[in-house]
Design a protein around this ligand. Sequence first.
Ligand SMILES: [Ca+2]
Ligand SMILES: [Ca+2]
Length: 151
Amino acid sequence: MEISVTELQTILNRIIAKHKDLRTKGFSTESCRSMVNLMDKDGNGKLGLVEFNVLWNRIRNYLSIFRKFDLDKSGSISAYELRLALEAAGYRLNKRLHELLITRYAEPDLALDFDNFVCCLVRLETMFNPAVTPRFRDLLPPGAIKAFFIV
Ligand SMILES: [Ca+2]
Ligand SMILES: [Ca+2]
């Protein structure tokens, strides 16, 4: 079984629609495409069962982090909540990257919807984990990731 970008979008949106407490407009085609690109180890442009399972386990983990750190129960993650959530997920980011993430992923009210929160974490996890996408790391000079991301 292989899951395409469109199929992934359908699956994920069907699942998150059941969680009424989450603020989200649903996963966009673009964010599903980047998830497929990031998880697609064999490079066939689709997610096999193993690749999908890895992604799904991460999303479940992100969902529990999201709920735990949505301190005001707004259904979204504010800049302050994001910092706490990312620290809980093991990321101690410098101020610059934190602000970059907010600029890139937050809605106009500066809070992250659930789908953007997932994209943000998938992206971070990929940047930090050389086993997932060596391609990204290859673009950076040695030591750049640590220097940039760690406080
Ligand atoms: Ca694949
Ligand atoms: Ca909140």
